[in-house]
Design a protein around this ligand. Structure first.
Ligand code: GRF
Length: 199
């Protein structure tokens, strides 16, 4: 199966997917990596592995729709079976969502529907929850609202800072992402209403 991975940052989730794909039994290949900005470590990781990259910056386009159309086309050019947002910090538009409906995944560093948005671990810590975690879901037109594929929990420690909790979450988040993407590409998945089933 062909994966296009979208990133905005360090790309540690991307790296986990690249590493998993090194085993032919995993059943997938990262065919391209896209980003919404230059100069991020994730793009270097892709280049190191000889994976084609592209950058689509919102300010380079006349409108958000034009940006969305270009992002869609750049992804589509690689004929992906799945598009994975791994720390991609832009909300995609209608054209992208229609083109990749049901096969655009995102990983979020909180237990949704709690703590959506870009500060999941910080918000969870401030709220005082004792269990945090990560959610893999299918992207819809809301912010972190799509049908949930899988979730994994981690404890919050009394002495946690935003950084320590973020790292504890990212560790399980990467493993969840690799496990479920692998299962989905090998065995498929079904979406019935909000219910996602991965055999
Ligand atoms: C992930 O924890 C994701 O949930 C959050 O950003 C992180 C991406 O990190 N939105 P990386 O770029 O994969 O290292």
């Amino acid at each position: 199966a062909r994966l296009v991975v979208l990133i905005s940052g360090s790309g540690s989730n991307l790296q986990a997917l690249i590493d998993a794909c090194a085993d032919p039994a995993y059943g997938a290949e990262v065919v391209a990596v896209g980003a919404d900005r230059d100069g991020i470590a994730g793009l270097d990781r892709a280049a190191t592995h000889g994976i084609p990259t592209f950058v689509c910056r919102v300010p380079d386009f006349a409108s958000r729709e034009d940006w969305d159309a270009e992002l869609t086309a750049r992804c589509q050019a690689h004929a992906p079976d799945l598009v994975v947002s791994a720390g991609f910090l832009k909300l995609v538009g209608k054209e992208f969502l229609t083109t990749f409906a049901g096969r655009y995944l995102n990983t979020h560093n909180a237990l949704l529907p709690g703590f959506p948005g870009i500060h999941g671990p910080r918000d969870a810590l401030e709220y005082g929850v004792k269990i945090a975690g990560a959610t893999l879901f299918i992207v819809d037109d809301g912010v972190d609202t799509g049908p949930i594929i899988a979730q994994v929990a981690v404890p919050v420690h009394d002495d946690d800072t935003e950084d320590t909790l973020t790292e504890r979450i990212k560790d399980v988040e990467r493993r969840q992402l690799v496990e479920y993407v692998g299962r989905m590409v090998r065995d498929g998945w079904t979406i019935t209403g909000r219910k996602v089933t991965v055999p």
